[in-house]
Write a protein that binds this ligand. Structure first.
Ligand SMILES: NC(=O)c1ccc[n+]([C@@H]2O[C@H](COP(=O)([O-])OP(=O)(O)OC[C@H]3O[C@@H](n4cnc5c(N)ncnc54)[C@H](O)[C@@H]3O)[C@@H](O)[C@H]2O)c1
Length: 249
């Protein structure tokens, strides 16, 4: 199904768009006719790129202002920047705790704080935040990551309520395990901690999801496109699972 409704000539911003699901969304948005801006700490292959570390509120302010200077508006926002940390609470250092919180949660907050007023003033806008299956459930050795994703679920709902009156929708995509560069380091850490062979860990990850495989970045990109499109005008504040059935169990 092509969900290209309402994308032509829109100004889109993808934060964390240099890799994985963010990159997939950048490709789909560009193909659908958006002028697509990308913020990331790594250079992006596609889109109008600015280096932006979301941990730094000043950088987020300057980068958003530059988009507004160029475009005078921002129609669509997808905040995908994030990092995983495979650790229980005892094995999480204070530095790691601060890092994951700063990127996943504070970074998302900073971007929303800058972009939502623009959408409010233009009386239109559409936002998708990056959750995870951990918006709904706990997972072993994923304490801090899980808390940031649960908090993003709350950011979604609160912002959806506050901005509905300004014709701004805010939804959250909640993927299961997706085959992106993020997965490798966590698999490696699990391997080091448990001695379980890497191949076996990958098989476990596949089997854990009823669909029996990992998702692809493109599959999530397409779900994000649906939420960003004009095809679901009554959806706001939704926490949308795209997890191969993982959270049904
Ligand atoms: N891969 C999965 O299984 C999975 C599942 C559910 C949710 N997620 C979430 O999806 C999002 C995208 O992850 P992905 O799996 O595509 O991994 P990825 O590593 O390919 O992409 C993450 C992107 O975020 C960027 N980023 C990291 N720190 C940043 C910072 N400080 N400032 C700006 N950009 C920064 C990275 O450079 C990278 O381009 C993350 O929020 C992640 O938590 C991933």
């Amino acid at each position: 199904m092509e969900t290209t409704s309402g994308f032509k000539n829109k100004v889109a911003l993808v934060v964390g768009g240099a890799s994985g699901m963010g990159e997939a969304a950048v490709r789909l948005l560009a193909r659908a006719g958006c002028r697509t801006h990308v913020f990331d700490v790594k250079p992006a292959a596609e889109g109008l790129f600015q280096t932006c570390d979301v941990r730094d509120y000043g950088q987020v302010q300057r980068c958003v202002q530059k988009v507004v200077d160029q475009e005078s508006r921002i129609d669509l926002l997808f905040v995908a920047a994030g990092v995983h940390l495979f650790a229980n609470i005892e094995d999480t250092s204070i530095e790691e705790f601060e890092r994951v919180l700063s990127i996943n949660l504070k970074g998302t907050f900073y971007v929303l704080k800058e972009v939502l007023p623009i959408m409010r003033k233009q009386c239109s806008g559409n936002v998708v935040l990056m959750g995870s299956d951990q918006v709904f459930i706990g997972k072993g050795c994923s304490t801090v990551y899980g808390l940031t994703k649960a908090a993003i679920g709350q950011l979604t709902k609160s912002s959806a309520i506050d901005y509905a009156q300004y014709n701004v929708r805010v939804n959250c995509i909640c993927p299961g395990t997706i085959d992106t560069p993020m997965v490798g380091p966590s698999v490696e850490r699990f391997h080091q901690m448990s001695g379980t062979p890497v191949k076996e860990i990958h098989a476990m990850l596949r089997k854990a999801q009823p669909i029996q495989r990992l998702g692809t970045p493109e599959e999530i990109g397409k779900a994000v496109m649906f939420l960003l499109s004009d095809d679901c005008p009554f959806m706001t504040g939704a926490l949308v699972c795209a997890d191969g059935g993982y959270t049904c169990q």
